[in-house]
Design a binder for this molecule. Structure first.
Ligand code: 4AD
Length: 465
């Protein structure tokens, strides 16, 4: 059997590429079927787009197999593309034959009805076949392409940074260990674990960020970006945290904080526009079924400037609001999601870039301002999601960086010697940020839980499939 001879449903419904009257072969999964005495309808979806194609059989009695066509089975339908008689679709197939390739009985877990997100997570191997997860998956693919296009068109080079590392970029200690030591028989030296006998000859982890290597590459190549998986072992069981997520990290040499903000703002606007232009069908679905206000709110983001607010002003706004937060507000706190969402959703009603954070709550690599109390960090906050981007201008002055490292009490300095040498030889101002890809997908699709925007989520106590 030659499965290459097929027409994808997207070519018919989305691309309008197939002329009426053409004989086509459709391969896909049955979403529903109705057989009556005079006519049978079989709705087929092949994943290439949101829409189903309806195959219409004029004389069902001549095809007894139709009685065995059930929701979930895979089929091959041959027939002629015609204009649909019904109002709901433009095209249908005047079907001549149908073969069942793979059966699905009545235990098929995705019967034609609305399922809860929780139920669908339990069947992550089948949920890509649902409308919602088909749309999310197509959106991820398109937006991943858009990320590359955005940077490549501006001369940024795509860098592959290691997933296994010995450094903790964010200094938060939320790292998964990578080790081949025998748990039953851990080697010790002077009473402590002998890491020297481990695979890499030292402690090693899965990376939390490609930034440190990104800086190395940017200070050689100019503008670079990474796009890869990152891992965090923080025990945050929230709708916005995953233990494995994808991050896009641009890094620009010869750039300061305002340049970084400009890049972040134009990047997010570009991705939203791309979604509207290239995924109109799926966007319509999200606007109709996932969040009724999605389309209007994203459209307004494209046409207005992001608010830029210093941390100090942001804290003042929160204090002046007199709102009761679970976590009390005062200068110096690490803002919580409730504060971030209040600023972007209720005060500004649009994306906000908060910058110049207290030195004490930000990692060692951020540029220290003249006031010595704040650093040139920035977070982009968006309605519904909260923080979507975190970034900064980097500390490129060797003496200040050394001072900061000492102050932070970082001990494993041999790990960072290369990073420090960037400042010793031909240092230059540079800046970059990280955009969490899943949070972006949540923002653009309106999906409320990070577990539902990545096919196989990894979160505390869940690594199935
Ligand atoms: O603010 P973060 O921790 O920044 C960094 O990692 C920097 N090294 C980036 C850089 O400057 N190159 O993380 C950046 C973004 C966050 O704004 C958020 O969107 C996402 O990564 N993120 C997460 N997404 C899902 N689950 C988690 N546990 C996340 N932690 C961070």
């Amino acid at each position: 059997m030659d499965y290459k001879i097929r027409t994808k449903i997207a070519q018919i419904l989305l691309e309008d590429k197939i002329a009426l009257g053409t004989e086509v072969t459709i391969l896909g999964l049955v979403r529903s079927s109705r057989v009556s005495k005079d006519v049978a309808f079989v709705d087929i979806n092949d994943g290439s787009c949101m829409g189903n194609l309806q195959a219409v059989f004029g004389n069902p009695d001549s095809l007894p197999i139709l009685k065995s066509v059930t929701t979930g089975c895979s089929v091959r339908v041959k027939g002629k593309l015609i204009e649909s008689q019904g109002k709901e679709q433009k095209y249908e197939i005047e079907a001549a034959s149908i073969d069942i390739i793979g059966e699905a009985d009545s235990t098929y877990p995705l019967q034609k009805k609305r399922h809860t997100m929780e139920y669908l997570r339990e069947i992550a191997h089948l949920r890509p076949r649902s409308n919602t997860f088909g749309a999310v998956t197509r959106m991820r693919s398109k937006l991943a392409y858009a990320v590359h296009k955005f940077y490549q068109d501006q001369g940024f080079y795509y860098i592959h940074t290691p997933l296994i590392t010995t450094s903790d970029c964010e200094g938060a200690g939320d790292m998964f260990r990578v080790s081949t030591l025998d748990f039953e028989n851990i080697p010790k030296k002077d009473g402590t674990i002998d890491w020297d006998s481990d695979f890499f000859g030292s402690e090693a982890y899965l990376t939390v960020s490609g930034q440190l290597e990104g800086e190395i590459m940017a200070t050689a190549l100019g503008d670079i970006y990474t796009f890869g998986p990152t891992f965090r072992s923080e025990n945050s069981n929230t709708a916005r945290h995953a233990s494995e997520f994808w991050m896009i990290e641009p890094e620009m040499a010869w750039a300061e904080l305002p340049d970084n903000m400009d890049l972040a703002e134009s990047f997010i606007k570009y991705l939203i526009k791309f979604a509207f232009d290239e995924c109109a069908d799926d966007m319509k679905f999200f606007g109709q079924w996932i969040d009724k206000e999605l389309i209007g709110s994203l459209e307004s983001v494209m046409s207005s400037d992001f608010e830029r607010l210093s941390y100090t002003d942001a804290i003042k706004l929160l204090e002046d609001s007199k709102k009761k937060f679970d976590f009390p507000v005062k200068w110096g706190i690490d803002m919580q999601t409730e504060h971030e969402r209040f600023l972007t959703e209720e005060v500004m009603k649009k994306p906000v870039i908060v910058y110049d954070y207290p030195e004490a709550i930000k990692p060692f690599y951020m540029y220290v301002n003249d006031d010595e109390k704040t650093v040139r960090g920035m977070d982009v906050l968006v309605p519904r999601v909260g923080e979507i981007i975190g970034g900064s201008q980097r500390e490129h002055r060797l003496d200040v960086l050394n001072e900061r490292i000492k102050k932070k009490g970082m001990d494993n300095m041999e790990t960072y010697y290369g990073y420090l040498e960037l400042r010793k030889y031909g240092t230059c101002p540079h800046a970059g940020f990280g955009l969490g890809f899943e949070r972006l997908i949540m923002y653009i699709t309106g999906m409320a839980n990070i577990r539902d925007v990545i096919s196989f989520p990894r979160v505390p106590r869940w690594a199935k499939f």
